[in-house]
Design a protein around this ligand. Structure first.
Ligand SMILES: Cc1cc2nc3c(=O)[nH]c(=O)nc-3n(C[C@H](O)[C@H](O)[C@H](O)COP(=O)(O)OP(=O)(O)OC[C@H]3O[C@@H](n4cnc5c(N)ncnc54)[C@H](O)[C@@H]3O)c2cc1C
Length: 500
């Protein structure tokens, strides 16, 4: 039998700590501070302008993330924007001692409700966006956690280097949020997800200590890899305040190659052909028929009739190397494709990825909103997962489609919803549970890159080994013995039961 980690199993995780922390009058419940005490203490640490009551209009942005169109909005007692790790530590120390929950927040672009508070204090890291050091000749940089992903990428590029992780909302997402979700993106196929590019982390951990985990070393086998534990921890273990990042020399050129197929099966056979031929594409993304029909307008070069699936691949490297990989891609994809197109100049490349980044918005626009998940399956099962996603939607009377990172077996499986139709939202919630069960049945996982947040918290128990869950739970207790770090996220069981 699986050991189910529930919110009840976490120490100190009782409702008074998890939910609304401060009351209007001095509380007699568990020594919780009053709202005035809380705001007064926070203002004394970060300054009055940077400590807002959670119900003030200017704090509203901190109550939701990119799941807001689905109606997922939380509440907070206060929102603070510290300027240094010392201030984060002082905020945490004050709150932790008094049983007040803390929710770290970066750009709020998360797609799992991870930064949506359920009471307590939201810690907005975006003021901490400084470049601390860049050493191009050593391929590394040191940045505060609130720097946007786009700025990290830009600074690297200006030095002739590449920071490869490229999640789609880079102008708004922060490096702290990327680390906390272990974000991916199209180029994770060749370069790996965010964690691979982090050699060290500075974090504030309960009850309010600043710790340095790793640093500039490119390898270090001496101790347990504690920095790696913070990667993907979704703010449930500590608050990342700075990171040391590894960079690589930027490729001289990138050459996208797009191909169309009559069906998902044919397209996925082409993915297998690319991998089987040993071609190291930099990216290998896909769109199924539904996603294509929503986003067809901007498809580079137009979309021929009858295209049921498309692959967007990219070759990169030195000029000769990229050219050779592009040619190999054309050959491998051409065997199964109805058309193959290569894009040459920089403008076309920029346009292609801008279009790719906009697919989610184009899909959501069809019905007003979308319930989108980022399940992942073994790459050889991708075709089945794409087809079953549509089938699950059909069973629940929902239009469904998917797109995502084909080479990583990572689907952004999506059900289109009218956000004003509660019955439809309810059907989408049920469809999502079936989707998770489908991914697990195919040997996959409920999240490839967005994390569990509040939408999928507790789902680990469905497919993780029981003993692994005990270790997972133990680590949470070790870092956060009172269960105050982003409570209700990742671990707590809050989703409806999976279908039989
Ligand atoms: C249009 C669009 C496209 C996207 N494309 C991709 C994609 O291709 N790949 C991908 O992986 N994701 C993608 N995302 C999801 C999202 O951008 C990533 O999850 C991103 O890493 C979130 O960063 P953020 O700063 O916005 O974090 P937030 O949304 O603010 O927070 C996300 C989680 O991280 C925690 N957190 C934030 N900052 C810290 C910190 N400093 N310390 C500790 N915990 C912290 C929060 O508590 C929360 O649990 C996309 C989102 C959008 C809207």
């Amino acid at each position: 039998m699986l050991h189910v980690i529930s919110k009840d199993s976490l120490p100190g995780d009782e409702p008074s700590h998890r939910g609304r922390a401060a009351t209007d009058a001095a509380s007699d419940v568990g020594g919780l501070p009053s709202r005035e005490q809380l705001l007064g203490a926070l203002a004394a640490i970060v300054g009055e302008r940077e400590a807002l009551p959670g119900d003030s209009p200017s704090a509203r942005y901190a109550l939701s993330d990119a799941t807001a169109p689905r109606g997922i909005v939380g509440t907070a007692d206060a929102v603070v924007a510290p300027a240094s790790a010392g201030e984060v530590a002082a905020v945490m120390a004050w709150c932790y001692e008094r049983g007040v929950a803390l929710v770290a927040r970066g750009g709020g672009t998360g797609l799992a409700g991870g930064a949506v508070p359920a009471g307590g204090v939201v810690v907005d890291l975006r003021r901490m966006d400084s470049l601390l050091a860049i050493e191009p000749e050593l391929w590394r940089m040191h940045v505060q956690a609130g720097m946007t992903t786009a700025n990290v990428q830009r600074l690297a590029r200006e030095s002739g280097l590449l920071f490869p992780p490229d999640p789609g909302a880079a102008e708004s997402s922060t490096i702290g949020g990327n680390i906390a979700t272990n974000a991916g993106g199209p180029h994770a196929f060749k370069y790996g997800v965010t964690g691979r590019w982090v050699t060290g982390i500075e974090a504030v951990v309960p009850p309010g200590r600043v710790v340095r985990l790793g640093g500039t070393l490119r390898k270090d086998a001496a101790g347990y890899d504690l920095a790696a534990l913070l990667v993907g921890s979704e703010g449930t273990l500590g608050i990342v305040t700075a990171a040391w990042l590894r960079l690589v020399p930027a490729p001289e050129v990138t050459i996208p190659v797009v191909a169309g197929f009559p069906s998902a099966r044919a397209g996925c056979a082409a993915v297998a052909a690319v991998m089987g031929s040993g071609i190291q594409a930099a990216a290998l993304d896909y769109l199924d028929a539904g996603a294509l029909s929503a986003a067809a307008a901007g498809f580079p070069g137009g979309l021929p009739d009858g295209t049921g699936f498309a692959l967007v691949a990219e070759a990169d490297g030195g000029v000769a190397e990229a050219e050779a990989v592009a040619r190999e891609l054309e050959e491998a994809l051409g065997e199964h494709a109805t058309f193959v197109r290569r894009m040459g100049d920089r403008t076309a490349v920029r346009k292609l990825w801008a279009w790719r980044d906009g697919v989610a918005i184009a899909v959501a626009a069809r019905r007003g909103a979308k319930a989108s998940e980022d399940v992942v399956v073994p790459v050889e099962r991708l075709g089945e997962a794409v087809e079953q996603t549509v089938e699950i939607g059909r069973r629940h009377r929902l239009e469904a489609c998917s797109w995502g990172h084909a080479g990583d077996g990572n689907l952004h499986a999506t059900f289109l919803v009218d956000p004003h139709d509660p019955a439809e939202l309810e059907r989408a919630a049920r469809a999502e549970q079936e989707l998770f069960a489908m991914a697990v049945a195919l040997g996959g996982s409920v999240s490839g890159e967005h994390g569990l947040g509040s939408l999928k918290s507790g789902t680990l128990a469905r497919y993780w080994d029981a003993e692994a869950l005990v270790l997972h739970d133990g680590l949470k207790r070790l870092f956060d013995p009172r269960g105050l770090m982003n409570p209700g996220k990742k671990l707590a069981v809050s989703a409806p039961a999976p279908p039989d």
